[in-house]
Write a protein that binds this ligand. Structure first.
Ligand code: 13P
Length: 332
């Protein structure tokens, strides 16, 4: 058994309380590689922001759970080395799909887990989430559960269509499961292709997607005052990165994300955790494609991973400062 406290990690409880009260959101960045971890830590330290580093089932399959946990341990030490005396770093399991997987992560140093039973019938979702909560809370690990279904593909989690969260279910669900935070579905989705061009309106040459269902978010907030709400699928898919990828040999068509103004607005509500993965993938790929196209003789991975890391760091800082507002929000 590895307890996250021994690794210098924290759970989400206190940082969510402050974020809901303060009208900002904590960034939850997915990571699979050392370069992503370094970029996340550099950005969090530079902006003095708490941060959630999250690992999906796909990331564990790619990089190995033990290695990712040790990267998170290294992240805490690296943050201190960079001058942050009291970093607040959460190691979170993204989209846990079984009790066994959540337990394995809790037993191996994760400070927070998500149990995603959103595709199950309502009562089964409650039973599964409660089982995970009962186990996790023995070790002071916090649990995110989900109500409502997001469309899109997230590593190994795929759903063809979305179903918005029903506000009339949230009190019963959160009370009976005892979860610490609730992921809701209000129009975000996973991946870099969140909307088809047909769903969007053309404004000044830019495809603008339909707005998020803020009415549902506000109804949920009224039913659960102060309760931490989570938004998945919140990459904005910056045109600049998509254009760079396409300019240097890529082929990404009709990639459309969530406009940053809407995420900024959501951050001011009870939404206190915003999940971003695809934007990091785009930033990394754009920088690597550009570098290799401009330096065809390079073959040392450090030559193209360094600009990739820089580009991700720039993106993370932008999100923290200009979108989520979590800069300067460390407890001490
Ligand atoms: P994006 O694909 O929009 O980055 O969403 C990531 C996410 O929600 C991870 O759980």
């Amino acid at each position: 058994m590895v307890n996250y406290k021994d690794l210098g990690l924290v759970n989400t409880r206190e940082m969510f309380k402050r974020a809901v009260a303060g009208g900002y959101a904590i960034p939850a960045f997915n990571f699979n590689t050392m370069e992503q971890m370094q970029a996340i830590v550099m950005a969090a330290v530079e902006t003095k922001s708490p941060v959630i580093m999250q690992v999906s089932k796909g990331a564990r399959n790619y990089a190995n759970g033990t290695i990712l946990r040790n990267l998170a341990k290294g992240a805490v030490e690296y943050a201190k080395e960079l001058g942050c005396e009291h970093p607040e770093i959460v190691l979170h399991l993204d989209h846990g799909d079984s009790f066994e997987l959540c337990k394995e992560c809790i037993d191996n140093g994760f400070s927070s887990v998500m149990i995603d039973g959103s595709s199950l019938p309502y009562e089964e979702n409650i039973a599964l989430a409660k089982r995970v909560v009962d186990y996790a809370h023995q070790f002071d690990v916090t649990v995110e559960a989900e109500l409502g279904v997001l469309a899109g593909v997230e590593d190994e989690v795929a759903a063809a269509e979305s179903h918005y969260t029903k506000p009339e279910e949230v009190i019963d669900f959160s009370t009976r499961t005892g979860c610490d935070s609730l992921a809701i579905s209000i129009g975000t989705s996973h991946g870099a292709h969140k909307f088809t061009p047909e769903q969007c309106t053309l404004v000044n040459g830019v495809l603008v997607p339909p707005p998020l269902a803020f009415d549902i978010l506000h109804e949920i907030e009224k039913k659960l005052p102060g309760f931490p709400i989570v938004l998945h699928g919140s990459s904005s898919v910056p045109m600049e990165e998509v254009n760079t990828i396409n300019q240097y040999g890529g082929h990404l068509e009709a990639a459309i994300g969530i406009p940053e103004e809407q995420l900024r607005e959501a951050s001011k509500s009870a939404v206190c955790k915003i999940n971003i993965d695809s934007d990091s993938r785009l930033a990394m790929t754009a920088a690597i494609r550009k570098h290799l196209a401009e330096h065809p003789g390079d073959f040392d991975p450090r030559q193209y991973l360094k600009p990739a890391r820089e580009n991700m760091k720039k993106m993370y800082i932008h999100k923290i400062v200009n979108v989520l507002g979590s800069d300067g929000k460390l407890a001490q």
